[in-house]
Design a protein around this ligand. Structure first.
Ligand code: GLN
Length: 205
């Protein structure tokens, strides 16, 4: 079984651990940069989840002890799934307001894009995942306003992407860990198992 890490500095990390537990996957809560790599510089996890929460708060923690640099290196090659604030951290370009990021996923993302009234909502929409429409929980969600050519759009809300994939990276502007449908996590597990760890080690810096 793969070893999955969940960034657990702040936010909705426990719900991800619970969802993965229902799929039979044990997880490791990541709170320090030394948990990411073995002493000889290899990744100690096969995949990483960056949860929802408050991206600015997460960045404050990440700016200590070289955590941001370690994470930036890791997400270049290790399958990573960002939800909501996690999607913001993965994005190449963050707006409203602009903030630094891991700059791994070729999207432009606008924070808190739905305004006060409509800031949290649950809706059911079609996706490219097998198994019919998916329930999506949005909480002070960002909006993906641009995607690069490598980015595959797997679901939209009002014509804006809400679930996207770029190779080993997956991002959702909603919270799949708060619903009862494990299909998005299953997709991430499929990405993890199709990304050979040997290939990852060979391409690690
Ligand atoms: N509004 C948060 C941010 O900008 C994201 C909200 C969430 O993760 N549910 O970081």
């Amino acid at each position: 079984a793969p070893t999955l890490g969940i960034l657990a500095l702040q936010g909705a990390y426990e719900a991800h651990a619970k969802t993965l537990a229902t799929l039979g996957i044990a997880t490791r809560l990541i709170r320090t940069p030394d948990q990411l790599f073995t002493p000889d510089g290899h990744s100690s996890i096969d995949g990483l989840i960056i949860p929802g929460g408050e991206s600015t708060t997460m960045l404050k923690f990440l700016e200590r002890n070289g955590f941001l640099d370690s994470l930036t290196t890791l997400v270049r090659t290790i399958p990573t799934f960002g939800t909501c604030a996690g999607a913001i951290l993965l994005a190449n370009d963050v707006q409203n307001p602009a903030q630094i990021s891991l700059a791994a996923l070729d999207i432009t993302i606008e924070r808190n894009a739905y305004g006060r009234q409509l800031d949290s909502t649950i809706l059911t929409a079609p996706t490219k995942l097998p198994g019919g429409p998916l329930e999506m929980v949005f909480i002070r969600a960002p909006r993906i306003t641009g995607t690069g050519p490598q980015v595959e759009i797997l679901a939209t809300r009002d014509d804006f992407p809400v679930l996207v994939r770029q190779g080993h990276l997956l991002a959702a502007t909603f919270h799949p860990e708060l619903g009862h449908d494990p299909r998005v996590h299953q997709l991430f597990l499929d990405i993890v198992s199709s990304t050979s760890s040997k290939a990852i080690l060979a391409s690690a810096p």
